[in-house]
Design a protein around this ligand. Structure first.
Ligand code: ACO
Length: 320
């Protein structure tokens, strides 16, 4: 017995930042950003906290699922950086949702965090340890951007998206892959003011070699997709919708054209939110669920790539 997705919810910061606003203080333009990435605007955390957004996203997901907070046995929060370094976001979310829940973990897997969390949840459901779980992807990547670096800050946005899981058999396959290296995508951790460290680091901004990550993303995610489809005996056309990590429209286009599929199978919302790290796939899922674009029996493929460098693919059947 694994899981079904019972409900979805999301919450985004109120502040919308357009490409034109960025070009007021950076040497960039709406034309460059949109043609290279597909992004028009993103949401940026200002006076809100991630926990405020998480509370709202969880409430919406629980309402959509028809589940009470008190029924949740496990909370997994995917976040690169929560409101605090410690305690874990999952503990703060437990305070809002169900202080009596038994398991609470943060995972720090960047853009693959949603699929990592599903993978962990799968193991707990199979071990019969939980009956209902909440996955919350809470990302505030704009707090980790150097807003003077046009090659990175234009790409990211903030969001929280949550899914409620219950016992079921809709999950078909999950595959995570890691190609351990940090040189092309990393955020350094500060050494603090430790007097015994001679070479101190304080920079905690995202550093990325966009072209290398791009090449990695396209080749590695395609390899994983082919492997997962083959293991299930599915042709690429058997998947109703591919929900790809929303990092760059050109990456989605490249995957679509290599698989020889129609655009309708690749819903996107990158134009409105940019790259929201692990929140991007469940945020898109929530939009599709609320718009009734996905219907019972649809086969969904989630595909993510990012820091690690890592990729993750999950195929499941929509059962709501
Ligand atoms: N505005 C204007 N010019 C810019 C900007 C900008 N915002 N950013 C870079 N440029 C310039 C560069 O300086 C360079 O100029 P030069 O030729 O004079 O040196 C030129 O544009 C081309 O730069 P490239 O980096 O070659 O541009 P590219 O077409 O590769 O697009 C991008 C860059 C959008 C970052 C792309 O490489 C990409 O999307 N990569 C993948 C990123 C990704 O998927 N990350 C996912 C993981 S993120 C995570 O896990 C947290």
């Amino acid at each position: 017995m694994s899981f079904n997705i019972l409900g979805t919810g999301s919450s985004t910061p109120k502040r919308v930042v357009t490409n034109n606003e960025l070009s007021a203080f950076l040497d960039t333009s709406d034309e460059w950003i949109f043609t290279r990435t597909g992004i028009k605007e993103r949401r940026v955390l200002t006076d809100e906290s991630l926990i405020m957004l998480s509370k709202e996203a969880c409430a919406k997901a629980l309402a959509d699922a028809g589940v009470m907070g008190s029924e949740i046995d496990m909370i997994i929060c995917s976040t690169v950086r929560g409101d605090f370094i410690s305690p874990a976001m999952a503990c703060l979310i437990a305070k809002e949702v169900n202080p009596n829940c038994r398991y609470f973990y943060d995972v720090n897997m960047g853009c693959c965090g949603f699929i990592s969390a599903l993978d962990m949840a799968d193991a707990f459901f199979k071990a019969n340890k939980v009956k209902k779980a909440l996955i919350v992807c809470a990302e505030s990547i704009t707090r980790l951007c150097d807003w003077q670096d046009r090659s990175t800050c234009v790409l990211f946005g903030d969001a929280v998206a949550a899914v409620v899981l219950g016992e079921g058999n809709s999950m078909r396959s999950i595959k995570m892959s890691v190609y351990p290296s940090y040189e092309n995508l990393y955020i350094t951790a500060s050494t603090g003011n430790n007097p015994f460290v001679e070479e101190k680091f304080s920079n905690d901004y995202i550093a990325m070699n966009g072209q290398e990550v791009y090449k990695f993303a396209v080749s590695s995610i395609l390899k994983d997709i082919h492997e997962v489809l083959e293991s299930l005996g599915f042709a690429s056309n058997d998947i109703s919708f591919y929900l790809m990590h929303q990092a760059n429209m050109r990456i989605v286009e490249a995957v679509k054209s290599r698989l020889g599929l129609a655009s309708e199978k690749f819903p996107c919302n990158i134009e409105k939110y940019g790259n929201t790290s692990s929140a991007s796939i469940p945020l898109l899922l929530d939009e599709l669920n609320k718009a009734n674009t996905i219907t019972k029996g649809d086969k969904l493929l989630f595909g993510a790539f990012g820091a690690g460098l890592s990729t993750g693919v999950c195929v499941l059947e929509w059962c709501k």
